[in-house]
Design a protein around this ligand. Structure first.
Ligand code: SF4
Ligand code: SF4
Length: 74
């Protein structure tokens, strides 16, 4: 599973920070950020974000490299 990151679409609503099982999401530099050292890529945070600001780290949205992270179960 790929680690995740938060883009600048984040509105700091705090929703994701409450659901992360590894407490990898914290507030810093004006928005929420994910600690890639502890993020397990579980994707629990992805569906709770109202602005879809959480994306796989290293993979751009809509990139052609192939990984789409819809609601697939692992
Ligand atoms: S993918 Fe999982 S471990 Fe990583 S920040 Fe989101 S909820 Fe936390
Ligand atoms: S749920 Fe989305 S908008 Fe809310 S704090 Fe997390 S990344 Fe930001």
């Amino acid at each position: 599973m790929s680690k995740h990151q938060i883009t600048n679409k984040c509105t700091s609503c705090h929703a994701c920070g409450q659901v992360c099982p590894t407490e990898s999401i914290f507030y810093g530099h004006g928005q929420y950020v994910i600690d890639l050292d502890t993020c397990t890529g579980c994707k629990v945070c992805v569906p709770v974000c109202p602005v879809k600001a959480i994306i796989p780290a290293g993979g751009e949205e809509g990139s052609s490299s192939g990984t789409s992270y819809e609601e697939e179960e692992n």
